[in-house]
Unconditional design. Structure first.
Length: 251
């Protein structure tokens, strides 16, 4: 472990770019983040995404999982991930790891889970690596946090269900702390998805929503009419059966 204190070295720039590994809705090609802006930022990477970009791109790199949590279902094997961390450390990145990996990656910094949990009221609210990094970026005092290559959190996203809400919470926390927040285009973070990112209730709903609602209303009306007609028919039949059984009519 490097002798750099619990947080690692001081930040070298005023802004930070946290880079994730986003794929399109079919699970295809990884989308490249805004790397042309990287010179203006400290660039932070996570998990196995460093395999897809130059190793000298990253100023800090984070592997928050234990070795036994590395997925064996991905094309990148657990040993590939360890080798990547070693290469990144050799390339000059500050590599943060779970305590479980300290002896496997040298030099490395033990990620300050305990310290971050104790920093703020909801410091123990975390659902993924990105939200941990957002909190750490706030602690470092960056004036801007830029998310690039973030998962779009569509229904088929492999991300945990709580991830989006947790990331949005910490982004809101960052903004409330005076930090500018930028999210890559295409991510469904900080968006009103059902209303085409409109402002409820001032903006009208999307055409597709209106159409769905219109058809839903029509079908509901038709369904209720059918039910009413069926109930009338049943009622008339019951009335006729009753009259026949007791031997009288309306006449």
């Amino acid at each position: 472990m490097s002798d750099v204190g619990v947080w690692g070295p001081e930040r070298t720039k005023d802004k930070v770019m946290i880079v994730g590994a986003n794929r399109d809705s079919t699970g295809g090609q990884i989308k490249l983040p805004a790397l042309h802006l990287a010179a203006d930022y400290e660039v932070w990477g996570i998990n196995e995404i460093g395999i897809h970009w130059p190793e000298d791109l990253f100023d800090r790199y984070f592997e928050l999982h234990r070795f036994d949590q590395f997925s064996t279902k991905k094309l990148v094997t657990p040993m590939d991930r360890l080798a990547l961390l070693e290469r990144l450390a050799d390339a000059g990145a500050v590599v943060y790891v779970n305590d479980d990996l300290e002896t496997c990656v040298s030099p490395s910094v033990s990620f300050p889970f305990d310290q971050l949990q104790a920093m703020y009221q909801r410091g123990n609210y975390h659902a993924g690596s990105v939200d941990w990094l957002i909190e750490l970026a706030v602690v470092f005092g960056f004036s801007e946090i830029r998310l690039e290559g973030m998962a779009s959190f569509e229904r088929e996203s492999p991300e945990p269900r709580s991830s989006r809400a947790c990331i949005e919470y910490w982004l809101g926390f960052a903004e409330g702390s005076g930090v500018k927040v930028v999210v890559n285009e295409g991510a469904l973070l900080l968006r009103n998805i059902e209303r085409d990112n409109g402002l409820y209730p001032l903006d009208d709903v999307s055409p597709s929503f209106r159409l769905d609602h219109l058809f839903g209303t029509i079908f509901q009306s038709v369904f209720e009419t059918i039910i009413d007609s069926a109930n009338i028919e049943v009622a008339e039949r019951m009335k006729a059966d009753t009259q026949n059984s007791v031997g009288f009519t309306d006449d």
